[in-house]
Design a protein around this ligand. Structure first.
Ligand SMILES: [Zn+2]
Length: 75
């Protein structure tokens, strides 16, 4: 997957680690790396982690309740 870095000077789509713009030679090394694609994937990662955490929590609650009910049945 090639991540593109759009030159603020001429709008040319460069590869991320090109260093300089391939079209006008603008220095791209000191640009902030907050591109919409990376932020979107970061938020999606957070959502996936939250969903997984809730699934684990629900499973833990269900398992603990089953375990407690088994204990009450046996004792
Ligand atoms: Zn450029």
């Amino acid at each position: 997957m090639v991540i593109l870095l759009i030159c603020p000077e001429c709008g040319f789509k460069n590869r991320k680690y090109a260093g300089f713009c391939e079209e006008c030679g603008y220095d791209l090394r000191y640009l902030p790396q907050n591109q919409p694609t990376t932020t979107r994937s970061f938020t999606w990662n957070l959502i996936i982690i939250l969903i997984l955490l809730t699934i684990v929590l629900v499973l833990l609650i269900v398992v603990s309740r089953l375990f407690l009910s088994n204990l009450t049945f046996t004792s």
